[in-house]
Unconditional design. Structure first.
Length: 367
């Protein structure tokens, strides 16, 4: 699965470049003999990364630096400070929320929590991918007046209602997509299956198909399905090429997104863009993207019975399925195109450049 952060940076950069902006993406290589611009974010290397950025920007200073992830924000702010270059920070998920919902030990996140607060406080502007994250940033000490929601977008040409449909059988089809991790909540849907007669549950993601049976999370979920008597209705596709995902979404009657927490939730948005109704956990970004009883249903995380009721209601009513699907497509087009995301982002850049550069307009040199 492609990381949402990578999709965001790539798609936003592409739109900005098409509009005539000069966009350079700086990343850190993880091997001395590796390509010059391949990154694996590791804290211990951010000092060196910042030095390289500072060297580059001393020769060709950008007007705005936009960092994605807290760890890249450290390097960006260190490098930008000397030349007084304004910085924009997007976290794509906060450690404090990760600790709360994913039940990870505080010791493993202590450094991240400390550094995120510093990065959030010192950036000239912070964009969050959802309203919930803005509220959390405010509690961390970030002034609300210099933070705003700029969500991830979706490729509306790729993810649409027309086109091929992945092969499927006669059973009603429920699809979930994501990394094979316990926090993704695939077990919630499996626990719900006994209350959803006849439906099949297809989990998309993870390693290649030939390696899927060895995956520990797959084994855990298969054992759970066997215990509940629904093993014959649960299947795992393994990794699916991103170009094939629209067809996979279109093969579904319902797409479920039931994690413990998700900072944005791109799967729900991609499904909506394909005209498929969504049943999603009422957490994080999905509180913004999924409109309850309009584009799908929002349910409490880790509540199999509530999930089952929502899915079953949609499956037994074809008119409701079509209505939710059409409304989902309309919402994706109205709010989550990459052009709309770029518009929101450029307004922030222009505001910062105007503040720092008197009355001069930006000359479209962005980092």
């Amino acid at each position: 699965m492609v990381a949402v952060q990578d999709v965001h940076v790539g798609e936003l950069s592409a739109v900005m470049a098409r509009r005539g902006h000069v966009v350079t993406a700086f990343t850190r290589r993880d091997e001395p003999d590796g390509p010059q611009r391949v990154e694996d974010d590791l804290l211990q290397h951010m000092g060196v990364f910042a030095e390289r950025l500072a060297e580059q920007w001393s020769v060709e200073p950008p007007e705005v630096v936009h960092a994605h992830s807290w760890i890249s924000g450290i390097a960006a702010q260190l490098a930008a400070r000397a030349r007084k270059i304004p910085t924009v920070q997007t976290f794509h998920g906060l450690g404090v929320i990760k600790r709360r919902y994913q039940k990870e030990p505080a010791a493993g996140l202590r450094t991240r929590l400390k550094m995120e607060k510093l990065v959030a406080r010192h950036a000239n502007w912070v964009t969050a991918t959802c309203s919930d994250e803005v509220n959390e940033l405010t509690r961390m000490g970030r002034p609300r007046a210099r933070a705003s929601v700029v969500p991830c977008g979706v490729d509306l040409q790729k993810f649409n209602t027309e086109g091929p449909i992945a092969p499927r059988g006669e059973r009603p089809r429920i699809i979930a997509v994501g990394k094979l991790l316990p926090r993704k909540g695939f077990d919630t849907v499996i626990r719900a299956l006994p209350l959803i007669p006849e439906a099949e549950f297809v989990v998309v993601g993870g390693p290649e198909k030939k390696q899927i049976e060895a995956d520990p999370e797959v084994r855990r979920l298969q054992a759970l399905a066997a215990d509940l008597g629904v093993a014959d209705r649960v299947s795992f596709t393994g990794a699916v090429d991103r170009d094939d995902m629209p067809a996979m979404y279109r093969s579904a009657d319902v797409v479920t997104c039931t994690p413990w927490y998700e900072s944005f939730g791109i799967v729900a948005l991609e499904a909506m863009a394909c005209g498929v109704p969504v049943v999603a956990s009422a957490v994080g970004g999905m509180l913004d993207t999924v409109v309850h009883d309009v584009t799908g249903r929002l349910v409490a995380p880790d509540r199999p019975r509530e999930c089952a009721e929502a899915v079953a209601t949609i499956l037994r009513d074809s008119f409701l399925r079509r209505s939710l699907g059409l409304a989902g497509r309309d919402r994706a087009c109205a709010r989550y195109s990459w052009d709309r995301v770029a518009d929101d982002t450029v307004r922030i850049y222009e505001r910062l450049v105007a503040i720092g550069d008197g009355e001069q307009a930006p000359n479209k040199n962005l980092r």
